[in-house]
Design a protein around this ligand. Structure first.
Ligand SMILES: C[S@@+](CC[C@H](N)C(=O)[O-])C[C@H]1O[C@@H](n2cnc3c(N)ncnc32)[C@H](O)[C@@H]1O
Length: 216
């Protein structure tokens, strides 16, 4: 169990090295939904957690938003940087290699909105998740959205593979934290819950919650 915890970062590095388009180049369902909300809101500066190779990052940049994209994999950040340069969008993009368990290195009330697709569903204990949610709350401006997705307990892979504690299960080297609706609500401490909806992605299909929280 400890080995896998240490190795998740290395695992992502090798996945991104081997698969330059691991999640495709098309924006995700939740990325498109978030874009609509953020445009209505007039959000300018978006913080993206666990951006990966940036299928949704590029979507936001193309709309002229400034994106601060964080991930602990240097490989995917380099790929995203190259891609943004090819598209002429690098001026709007700020990249930061950051293990988010160590906090979010930005000032209070400095960010218009936070977006993450399948980041909070990584190998993070509920205590670690609570700490990251409170960091997001700290850096968001009042009224700012925290829009995210997580795999939920109706996902076909929940309870399969190797149990890694809490609601975390490892399969093919990937550790996934599956969320019940109660867990979504517990982690919304300090936020207003705007919506919790279900969607699916990919051939499995993965079953996910898309959650919209707002800082009061
Ligand atoms: C399932 S991938 C999703 C990538 C991207 N959001 C997408 O949907 O295409 C999760 C991402 O979270 C990153 N990640 C996992 N744990 C992290 C941590 N503790 N700190 C920073 N990034 C992390 C991984 O490197 C990976 O890029």
């Amino acid at each position: 169990v400890e080995e896998l915890t240490k190795n998740q970062r290395e695992h992502w590095e090798s996945i991104y090295r081997d698969f330059p388009e691991r999640f495709g180049t098309e924006p995700s369902h939740i990325g498109l939904g978030a874009l609509k909300i953020l445009m209505e809101e007039g959000a300018n500066t978006i913080l993206e957690l666990g951006c990966g190779q940036g299928r949704d990052t590029v979507l936001f940049l193309q709309e002229g938003m400034k994106v601060i994209a964080l991930d602990y994999s240097r490989t995917c950040l380099n790929q995203l940087e190259d891609n943004a340069r090819v598209l002429g969008l690098e001026g709007l993009l700020e990249l930061k290699e950051q293990d988010l368990r160590e906090g979010i290195p930005f000032p209070d009330d400095s960010i218009d909105a936070c977006f993450s697709h399948m980041f909070f569903t990584m190998q993070l204990s509920e205590d670690e998740l609570a700490a990251i949610f409170s960091e997001v709350l700290r850096v968001l401006r009042s009224g700012g959205f925290n829009i995210y997705s997580v795999r939920n307990i109706d996902d076909p892979h929940f309870l399969h593979g190797t149990h890694m504690g809490e609601d975390m299960w490892e399969m093919n080297g990937f550790v996934v934290h599956y969320f019940s609706e109660e867990k979504v609500r517990r982690l919304a401490k300090g936020y207003d819950i705007v919506s919790i909806d279900e969607f699916t992605e990919g051939p499995l299909p993965k079953r996910l919650y898309q959650v919209v929280l707002r800082k009061p």
